[in-house]
Design a protein around this ligand. Structure first.
Ligand code: ATP
Ligand code: MG
Length: 234
């Protein structure tokens, strides 16, 4: 049994189908990346794991089905989510944004805050700053930190590097690796930045128009035309 098993997942927005029989397996302690162009269905896949879309098929974590559970139950069950955009409360402080993430894990607040501050010391230095005045990289740190406040065993991160300079991307990669190595989290990221995905993840899934076009280890896919086709077309 894998830690996370997504089997024949179809996701729908009304009558429009955004995912077609998507299957993804993740072992405990792995970092995997879902790569694909705009509209490929990356966010839809993560939203579906969080119970935010209408689906058919199966999603299991440690053998237990997540389908049909509400998002709060999924978060309480150990799934943390750092969504892609517009996900912070802009006129609240860094600290309050982090505390919003703690609603399902109140007994772990002190420990989780200390972990977040250790990973991102700047969030402690700037804990009273409104997130609306932060840089994009700092906001991404708050977003990851808030997901950690839920004590996740599975961490889903939608496009962690979007709009960030290479130096900040490296800082985010270091933090994600620590979350796996030191905190034991299993991690699924989505990326349009295939280079970032290949430096961070052990395995990749290439998503195109809601279909898994290829999957494999970084070495297996490094020179695979399906990876480049997913971005540049055929
Ligand atoms: N709330 C929604 N209502 C209707 N259609 C939607 C909704 N959200 C997404 N879609 C459609 O589902 C498909 C997949 O979108 P999704 O946001 O998952 O792609 P993505 O890979 O995350 O793209 P991006 O890289 O631009 O974030 C697209 O065709 C999109 O238009
Ligand atoms: Mg998206």
């Amino acid at each position: 049994m894998n830690f996370l098993e997504v089997n024949n997942l179809c996701a729908f927005y009304g009558k429009a189908q955004a995912l077609h029989n998507v299957s993804v397996d993740v072992k405990a302690g792995e970092i995997i990346a879902i790569v694909g162009a705009n509209g490929a269905g990356k966010s839809t896949l993560l939203d579906s794991i969080m119970g935010l879309t209408t689906v058919t098929g199966d999603i299991r974590m440690e053998g237990k089905s997540l389908v049909g559970l509400g998002s709060a139950a999924i978060v309480s069950g150990g799934v943390g989510y750092a969504p892609e955009r517009f996900n912070l409360f802009p006129y609240m402080s860094v600290q309050d944004n982090l505390l919003v993430g703690a609603f399902t894990a109140r007994s772990d607040i002190e420990r989780n805050l200390a972990t977040v501050h250790q990973l991102f010391p700047r969030l402690e230095e700037r804990k009273n700053q409104e997130t609306s005045t932060q840089s994009g990289g700092e906001r991404q740190m708050v977003s990851l930190g808030r997901a950690l406040m839920t004590s996740p065993r599975l961490l889903l991160v939608d496009e962690p590097t979007i709009g960030l300079a290479p130096k900040v991307c490296s800082e985010i990669a270091v933090a994600l690796r620590k979350m796996r190595d030191d905190l034991g989290a299993t991690i699924v990221i989505t990326e349009q930045n295939a280079n970032f995905a290949m430096t961070l993840a052990e395995r990749l899934y290439v998503l195109e128009s809601g279909v898994v076009k290829a999957q494999g280890t970084v070495d297996e896919l490094r020179n695979d035309t399906r990876l480049t086709e997913a971005y540049f077309g055929h």
